[in-house]
Unconditional design. Structure first.
Length: 256
């Protein structure tokens, strides 16, 4: 496939679970991985009549920075839900809140994900080393570190652990340069830090693509999609993706 044929990829954004069909059409051609903050929110996206798209992938989330999620988390409910999703996210650890409860929740998420053909979008704000400790305890081929601002040594460790990285234009060029190009995916984290990411909506990855082109040359979108194909293939999540995304991944594999 030519880069011009590939849609923008937003590997981490937030969309309200009650989004309408008209609003979903506003995403235009982009493929968007939409994170949720709790099992309840994720399950709401599966309701009959929910707005959907072949290019919108909902995540099963349990956000560590949301107090209500921590208070109400049910590991058994998460485990029952996981087979209905190709993506787990947003999950992880955060510098705010109860460390022990966050760690307990993250470990339950990782147990539920073990041997499942899924991607995992992982939050690590202020707790990069601790997140990597948990990843090392519970290896999985589908880890994608969202907005990872770890040290040089932590990035190197994450690479050794097989992690990929979703990056946005709010990250420093120095950090972007440290992440191996063959592990990079684009994201907006919309609506967070819109002024810094330059994203006007989920899927608007133009600014981060420009930064990556500055560092790596013109074929950023093709490389990003090849990276997605790699992590999907390694984790088995490719077979769980919506049909249009599977077709893109298959065409990339056949042309490589």
């Amino acid at each position: 496939m030519q880069p011009s044929e590939l849609p923008p990829l937003d590997a981490h954004a937030h969309i309200a679970a009650d989004v309408t069909a008209v609003q979903v059409r506003g995403l235009e051609s982009a493929v968007v991985f939409a994170m949720t903050r709790s099992v309840k929110e994720a399950q709401y996206t599966l309701r009959p009549g929910a707005a959907s798209s072949e290019r919108l992938v909902w995540g099963l989330g349990s956000h560590p920075g949301v107090e209500q999620t921590l208070a109400q988390f049910d590991g058994s409910a998460f485990e029952r839900a996981v087979t209905r999703f190709a993506l787990i996210g947003e999950v992880g650890l955060d510098r705010r809140g109860d460390n022990a409860r966050q760690t307990s929740m993250f470990r339950a998420v990782l147990r539920a994900a073990a041997a499942q053909p899924v991607l995992l979008s992982v939050h690590s704000t202020g707790r990069c080393a601790a997140v990597l400790d948990e990843i090392e305890r519970a290896p999985h081929a589908g880890f994608i570190l969202h907005w990872f601002n770890g040290s040089v040594q932590e990035i190197e460790r994450a690479v050794r652990l097989g992690c990929y990285f979703s990056v946005n234009a709010a990250m420093s060029e120095a950090t972007l340069a440290r992440i191996p190009y063959d592990r990079v995916l684009t994201e907006t984290d919309f609506p967070a830090s819109r002024g810094k990411t330059g994203a006007s909506r989920p899927g608007d990855v133009a600014r981060i693509e420009r930064l990556l082109r500055k560092q790596h040359g013109p074929n950023v979108r093709r490389q990003v999609w090849q990276n997605l194909a790699g992590v999907c293939r390694h984790s088995g999540a490719d077979q769980q993706m919506p049909r249009q995304i599977r077709e893109i991944l298959d065409r990339l594999s056949s042309s490589s």
